[in-house]
Design a protein around this ligand. Structure first.
Ligand code: HEC
Length: 449
């Protein structure tokens, strides 16, 4: 694990991620029509709100998706109007954690100000239905893979046993007989009500025996895992969370899967809103023989957090901060598996952050030679269940001499402990690691030369 230069390849943990990388498909937008509070006439469902709900809520609030109820008709929305107003006012819905003050992202599903005004104005005005003739369909686009080459089911159906959350890893055969590149990733949840996120890792040939042993040692399909696949070195391919079907990697780029690898699929099951029934999720891959630019998921953290356990988070402390900044050039070859070259610039297309449940906020930045820091990804209200990999609207170039920076905040009080078997675990000091008792502070960048 230790590179000669003190950097480490750290494990990527549970990313409850939207979609790996964004395709260039346009974002669903809803023309809010009238703004809330505009005095002209009442804000109505058909004229002002329906298209917003269809564009920004229905992906999840439809039959067979993750949300516990559907928002497909006037009556359904009317009956939930107060909860809708509360969720919108509190920025809880739609789930979209990145901070707009830090950067701009593709496929931003948050509500624009006019959309918020329309929804809140509608509820405040008594949530009238209005005239169906006023309805204008949103210019919605489905986020999905442009092509599916491999459609790989987990080997056997699995019924989660732990409530509310269970993390299970499955080793899945990879059909290619030669080295290939993953250029798109998607998921078909077998049981959409309980599949909260999915991450795919590569069990490269050297890691295969370890993965198969983990699988064999655990009774039942797959094996128990939490922060990652239980194999620190396993590279990350992509991750998914509800709300999209899948998406392509940025044009011309892809992640290498060496010949003889298998894929480890981590599934986060959530039973908060549904009972446990069997699930046989499938992961979908778009695959190419070659790409113009090999992409890597650069996973970075302060090496001393990992090697010297300096990331202590005292029991009970409500705001512990760990931060660092460093020039990655000396470690770039090791961190990127040779895909990036020290002394040359590299381009970052998307970014993720990873902490566990005690994380409260975090930022990834690029500190330029001039001393200025450009914010790549900021999350002000961390939620372990709505982690994401966010495609930057404008890819960022990291130049020789720039530093990557990372800052994570943690609340290690009783309120932020993970649930195990239905109960929060006891409060105690936390430090770097993969289990529920541990924490992480990890930046992940999808990058090419
Ligand atoms: C990415 C998926 C997703 C999208 C998009 C989404 N929701 Fe939700 N919503 C959920 C899930 C899942 C829950 C269940 C609670 C949870 O897990 O946070 C939920 C719960 C809710 C609740 C209940 C909150 C409570 O207090 O229990 C309301 C109201 C709601 N959503 C409204 C909306 C509205 C309005 C939109 C669009 C503006 C929207 N949601 C978009 C996934 C989504």
């Amino acid at each position: 694990m230790r590179s000669g230069l003190g950097w480490v390849l750290v494990a990527v943990g549970a990313f409850a991620v939207m979609s790996a990388c964004s395709s260039s498909k346009s974002e669903a937008t809803a023309d809010a029509g009238a703004e809330g509070g505009v005095a002209t006439s009442a804000v109505t469902w058909h004229r002002d709100v329906r298209a917003i709900v269809e564009a920004k809520c229905a992906n999840c609030h439809q039959a067979g998706s993750i949300a516990p109820f559907t928002l497909a008709t006037f009556k359904e929305a009317f009956d939930r109007r107060d909860a809708i107003a509360a969720a919108v006012r509190g920025n809880l819905m739609p789930p979209w954690p990145p901070s707009a003050a830090c950067n701009k992202y593709k496929e931003d599903r948050s509500l624009t100000q006019p959309e918020r005004d329309a929804v809140l104005g509608w509820v405040a005005g008594g949530a009238p239905e209005g005239d169906a003739a006023d309805y204008r369909a949103p210019t919605a686009t489905v986020h999905e893979l442009s092509r599916v080459d491999y459609d790989l089911k987990i080997p056997q159906a699995y019924t989660p046993v732990e409530s509310p959350d269970e993390y299970r890893c499955f080793v899945v055969d990879w059909p290619a007989t030669a080295t290939k590149y993953v250029t798109g990733f998607g998921v078909k949840p077998g049981n959409p009500l309980i599949v909260h996120h999915v991450i795919a890792f590569v069990a490269t040939p050297d890691l295969l025996a370890t993965a198969e042993k983990l699988d064999a040692d655990d009774a039942g399909p797959g094996y128990r895992c939490f922060g990652g696949p239980g194999i620190q070195k396993a590279p990350w391919i992509a991750a998914w969370a509800p709300g999209v079907r899948g998406s392509d990697m940025p044009e011309g780029t892809g992640i290498k899967i060496p010949q003889g690898s298998k894929v480890i699929v981590q599934i986060h099951y959530n039973l908060a809103n549904a009972t446990a029934t069997p699930d046989q999720t499938a992961v979908e891959f778009k695959v190419d023989d070659a790409v113009q630019k090999e992409a890597v998921l650069l996973r970075f953290a302060n090496p001393s957090w990992v090697q010297s356990r300096t990331m202590n988070i005292p029991a009970g402390a409500k705001d512990t901060t760990h931060a660092f900044a460093a020039d990655v050039a000396p470690a770039l070859t090791a961190l990127s598996g040779g895909a990036l070259t020290p002394g040359e610039p590299f381009t970052v297309y998307s970014a993720s952050l990873h902490m566990h449940t005690r994380g409260t906020k975090a930022t990834i930045g690029i500190t330029r030679a001039s001393g200025q820091t450009d914010c790549a990804l900021g999350i002000d209200d961390w939620n372990f269940h709505w982690q994401g990999n966010y495609a930057l609207q404008a890819p960022m170039v990291v130049n020789p001499g720039d530093k990557l920076s990372l800052e994570c905040h943690f609340d290690n009080s009783g309120a932020r402990q993970p649930m195990v078997a239905g109960h929060p675990i006891p409060v105690k000091d936390a430090n770097w690691g993969e289990t529920t008792e541990d924490e992480m502070c990890l930046g992940v960048l999808y990058a090419t030369k």
